[in-house]
Design a protein around this ligand. Structure first.
Ligand code: FAD
Length: 330
């Protein structure tokens, strides 16, 4: 396999970055990312003096492969266990405590930190939303939203959420129908900043019978900025139902529900912002770890191949990289 073989990876979330790290010694790798930085759904948003993990909140590590990968990052403190105090909340009912029965990890100082670390020696083109893949002389050319062309790649790996991946892939990609069948589901995240946060008896609150599915004191996660901040996330069902509504109006409804559940007054909130994730979680995954077509020289991976979790993004990218290396060695 020649080092000159070029791979374009569409997407700079965890799966794109894991693939890039695993393939960079054998291929010339370039990541194309539509956002201004890496992280994807493991992003961290800053609004001085506040900081919010408005996508993934934590991750677990159930497979040996992911546990082995995490070891060195736990040793350096880039990944830390989050020993949160968890409460289940129901309106007009006494709250009760819950425990986590396996380690829950976060990246420090923000959820995007692991992706930033993985991107440190990878060539990344940001603000490049790829809108077309064109085949010419056995090579792939990519075109971004502003018409810029990136030419002569031997392989393309697409790591976007399934619907976005399907709209980019050639219509004759052999697994296109399986990818279209994947069902992903949305989430609204509301970021709240406080000058003084009233004392709470939870770090994480899991409401029952509410449009809110998760509330966490972001600033109490390990190694966070100290300005008090809370992240509130809706259930996937509620988000899908109201996905096309005005985002700010939805934010107000979520904040009102947050105040009702937490007992925190609206007047205490010094900063608020809403983010809408159209594709947050996976309802129906592809049930295969990745898709690879050696004739067309296209690979597709991402969490949604397996399950909507950080660990699945890792495993999907890890396994496609092994398969691609093997198939190129043949
Ligand atoms: C609100 C929310 C809460 C979550 N909570 C948890 C949790 O607590 N625990 C957990 O394990 N998981 C959680 N997840 C899921 C977790 O974030 C994902 O499983 C994981 O981050 C997926 O990584 P990925 O690289 O496969 O996809 P992504 O992170 O989505 O990366 C894909 C990248 O592709 C880019 N992209 C898309 N289309 C294009 C294009 N055409 N051109 C260029 N770039 C493109 C996107 O901008 C993105 O950066 C949560 C997700 C959300 C949104």
């Amino acid at each position: 396999m020649s080092k000159q073989s070029k791979i374009a990876i569409v997407g700079g979330g965890l799966s794109g970055l894991i693939a890039a790290q695993k393939l960079k010694d054998s291929f010339e790798v370039t990541i194309f990312e539509k956002a201004r930085g890496v992280g994807g759904r493991m992003s961290t948003r800053r609004a001085d003096p506040y900081q919010f993990d408005h996508g993934a909140q934590y991750f677990t590590a159930r497979s040996k492969t992911f546990q082995t990968f995490l070891k060195s990052h736990i040793a350096t403190g880039l990944v830390q266990e989050w020993p949160a105090k968890i409460l289940t909340l129901e309106k007009n009912k006494k709250p009760y405590k819950r425990d986590w029965f396996e380690p829950h990890y976060v990246c420090t100082p923000g959820m995007s930190s692991l992706c930033k670390y993985l991107a440190r020696d990878i060539s990344c083109v940001f603000s490049a939303e790829i809108t077309a893949m064109e085949r010419n002389n056995n090579q792939w050319n990519l075109v971004d939203k502003s018409g810029i062309r990136y030419e002569n790649f031997d392989w393309v790996i697409v790591t976007a959420p399934s619907h976005q991946a399907a709209s980019l892939l050639p219509s004759d990609f052999k697994d296109i129908e399986s990818i279209k069948d994947v069902q992903m589901t949305g989430c609204y995240s509301v970021m709240l900043g406080f000058e003084n946060l009233p004392k709470l008896n939870w770090d994480v609150a899991i409401p029952k019978g509410s449009l809110i599915g998760w509330m966490a004191v972001n600033s109490l996660k390990p190694a966070r900025a100290s300005a008090p901040s809370i992240i509130v996330q809706t259930t996937n069902e509620w988000a899908d139902h109201y996905m096309d509504e005005d985002m700010e109006a939805m934010g107000e409804i979520i904040i009102q529900e947050f105040c009702d559940l937490s007992g925190i007054s609206l007047n205490n909130i010094a900063h608020s912002a809403t983010h809408r994730w159209k594709y947050a979680n996976t309802l129906m995954p592809a049930n295969q770890p990745f898709f690879l077509d050696a004739d067309q020289k296209i690979g597709v991976c991402g969490d949604w191949c397996i399950e909507g979790r950080v660990e699945s993004a890792f495993l999907s990218a890890d396994s496609i990289s092994n398969a691609l290396s093997n198939c190129c060695l043949l």
